[in-house]
Design a protein around this ligand. Structure first.
Ligand SMILES: [Zn+2]
Length: 438
């Protein structure tokens, strides 16, 4: 469970506001999220045997840990690198067990609240929200991102067209930016989505960065010009709008959507397990309280259904599907749900190989790449597999920085380097597909 059971105080009511202004302006104590993560730890361990994995799964369940990796508790097995966010009290139990059982572990984050508050400087100019000075090196709230989209739609109508493909569970618009030079001739398209999982804030930051770069370099950079002249990009900066909003106001580590369940109090479905492709099989959970809950039926989530409908309608001209997640530093392609080789493996594999090399050339950051099932873990009902099965020949999922040092709390100072290198990878994939993969 995500809720640590602290009573909702007056300070908590001010929280959403406090996130936008200087901490010193906030009433009472100045902690983000009502100080709810004080003393929480993030611990990494690797079970040596299946027996140890079994016991650790049980402990994780009992302590109600927030699993950062792998995706679900069922995926913890011998040799699995496992990162858990555990409460201050729970961490004592877990550490005692790890010590006694002689299992290797590392404390990745000593005090989560401290890292949370260090990572976001919340400087004064955050309240000064003029769009011309939009800062791409900070994380933005949903409201800020949506205002930014409206603004671009008005000021860059030559290259950008904004529209909505539907409404979220809580009634928010699902906005898409269509980017590219308008043309009467037939153009292929690339789909990009960010923020399927709410707590992976670097995703939406990258989608915004991509749009900014496209607009800034369209005239000066021949590659970008070629991309925008020959292709349309459909960009969804925040897929899981309700979850993202919730991760700003209530629970920084929320992952799922925010839909209610008929029989359980736990809310939300994993929007990357809700697609009709081997739905709710291996790597997904049937239990509504789990972070990898697949939902009551495929496309039960309005956000997933809206995107699936859009992709179905436009699949003839959408050539590539790119989805941005965090964290692991990986570039993944199908399949997620089985260990098998895709029919167009050679083209996809060489695109991934070149993209990863291009990415590394910027800051030396190493990405692993390969089929999601064997490179990350097996998961069913994912958007990438679904897009591939539904006729989009080039589908990739990025797991952006880092590899666990900050995890989901990637500091704002790392937005720029992360986005710069990812930008190069995306340009590389896009050009590769344009040139080499018909
Ligand atoms: Zn994710």
């Amino acid at each position: 469970m995500k809720f640590l059971g602290k009573p909702r105080s007056q300070t908590a009511a001010f929280l959403p506001l406090c996130l936008f202004f200087l901490k010193s302006l906030c009433p009472g104590h100045s902690h983000l999220y009502g100080n709810r993560y004080a003393g929480d730890k993030v611990i990494r361990f690797i079970p040596n045997t299946e027996e140890e994995a079994f016991v650790l799964k049980k402990i994780c369940h009992q302590l109600k840990v927030d699993l950062w990796q792998p995706g679900g508790v069922s995926q913890i097995s011998q040799g699995t690198v496992t990162d858990v966010h555990v409460s201050h009290n729970g961490s004592r139990t877990l550490l005692t067990f790890l010590e006694e059982a002689n299992i290797q572990y590392k404390i990745l984050i000593e005090d989560l609240q401290k890292v949370l508050e260090k990572g976001s400087s919340l400087p004064a100019w955050r309240s000064r929200r003029s769009l011309s000075g939009y800062n791409y090196e900070v994380y933005h709230s949903l409201e800020e991102i949506q205002n930014w989209m409206h603004h671009l739609n008005k000021t860059h109508s030559g290259l950008i067209h904004m529209f909505s493909i539907g409404k979220s569970y809580e009634g928010r618009s699902l906005y898409i930016l269509k980017l590219g030079r308008r043309s009467r001739s037939y153009k292929r398209a690339v789909w990009m989505d960010c923020g399927i999982h709410a707590r992976e804030w670097i995703g939406p930051a990258f989608c915004q960065w991509f749009v900014k770069e496209a607009l800034l370099t369209y005239r000066s950079d021949p590659t970008m010009r070629k991309m925008l002249n020959h292709l349309y990009f459909y960009i969804m900066p925040v897929f899981n709008v309700d979850g993202y909003h919730f991760s700003w106001t209530n629970d920084r580590f929320w992952r799922k959507t925010r839909s209610r369940n008929a029989r359980f109090r736990c809310r939300g479905v994993d929007a990357n397990r809700n697609w009709r492709v081997k739905w709710c099989d291996e790597g997904a959970s049937m239990h509504p309280c789990d972070d990898t809950y697949c939902g009551p039926f495929p496309e039960s989530e309005p956000e997933v259904k809206a995107v699936a409908n859009f992709l179905r309608k436009h699949r003839k001209h959408i050539t590539a599907y790119l989805s941005f997640h965090a964290y692991a530093q990986m570039l993944l392609y199908p399949y997620s749900y089985k260990y098998a080789t895709i029919p167009n493996f050679s083209c996809v594999e060489s695109a991934a190989y070149k993209a990863v090399n291009a990415l590394r050339s910027v800051h030396g950051v190493q990405y692993r790449y390969g089929p999601a099932s064997s490179t990350l873990y097996v998961s069913s009902g994912s958007s990438m597999d679904w897009a591939y099965k539904n006729g989009i020949p080039y589908t990739f999922a990025f797991e952006l920085r880092d590899t666990g040092h900050f995890g989901f709390l990637l500091p704002e100072t790392l937005i720029k380097p992360t986005c710069m290198e990812t930008m190069l990878a995306v340009k590389n994939i896009t050009m590769h597909l344009l040139k080499k993969c018909p």
